[in-house]
Design a protein around this ligand. Sequence first.
Ligand code: TXA
Ligand code: MG
Length: 363
Amino acid sequence: MKEPTSTRLLKVPEGLDVAAEALRHGGLVAFPTETVYGLGANATDEAAVKRIFAAKGRPVDNPIIVHVSDLVQVAPLVRNYPAAAGQLAERFWPGPLTLVLPRSGLVPDVVTGGLDTVAIRMPDHPVARELIRRAGVPVAAPSANLSGRPSPTRAEDVMEDLAGRIEVVLDGGPTGIGVESTVLDLTADPPAILRPGGVTWEQLRSVLQGVRPAPAAAGSGAGGSDTGGSGAESGPARSPGTKYTHYAPRARVEVVAGDPTRVGRRLRELAQGHLKAGRRVALLCAPSTFRGLADLGGGTVLRRVLDGLDYKVLLAAEVYSQLREFDRQGAEVVLIEGVSTSGLGAAVMDRLGRAAAGRVWRV
Ligand code: TXA
Ligand code: MG
């Protein structure tokens, strides 16, 4: 297939057949899931999957999750299907859980980055599942962003990064959860979370005792660092994707989490320092924190307050699109109120730690 020159932005359900047809013919289709938008190709078509890497500028050793719409699609992709996989699928599929299993010969090397395993998930989004069902093939799909940029949670975000590089974007509105799926390695003993995500460690433990939590992201550990700087990576990564800089907007990101009063004070100090240096500052925090900072002033403060009942859930849902929005507004520094690392907070702080390249303070 020749390189595309125009990308069709299609509504659902009308666009579903065109999109499924494109997938069957080696095309690239971006589609909504319950976590973030994915960039799909037929997982059994090596040439199609190669085009994903080219479109995203993705390192070729970073393997891709294979998405299914039905359990019957799993067996041909794996060499064996441990009992734990069945229990987890029963409880969490469709949903934001990706299972790493021993792969079969049906899965091309390009999908797994040469690993002996394949990552599989069944997304909990009607558009995603209907698309896969109509295409009639398992769909390999990373997040539909340019490599290193914040993941896309709206069709506009996908267009911003990939227009002109892919055939179709299916617009299914904003995604719900906002951070990616949990990647769980079932070939490790005990099973280990490689990437925290929409299904929490606490939830997994209720089905699989002894499951290992994700290692803390650089800079998100206790104490933080006043000088910033991400932790150096060493040794081979079991989940290769987690070794690359991710989710980074153009602006410098700084994160403060902890006791609300101290968070407010630290955010104020940081903002004042940046404003004094003439930088355009954006702020992403809970309404109560924002009220305490309302007098910061200076026409350069771009403010964004997440208003609602559960700040952690809202931050997960909105953080990627807000980072993109602040970039469009020309923010040079983005200050974010972080959250605790319990529940969904593990995934949120993992992504924030990466976006901030380790500039995370716990106060
Ligand atoms: O929620 C999600 O998971 C989204 C939506 C589109 O499904 N997808 C997503 O894909 O976040 P991506 O490519 O951005 O992240 C996939 C992660 C990477 O960290 C990758 O290294 C890891 O899964 N992964 C994929 N296959 C693997 C394997 N066989 N073994 C270990 N890690 C794997
Ligand atoms: Mg990604």
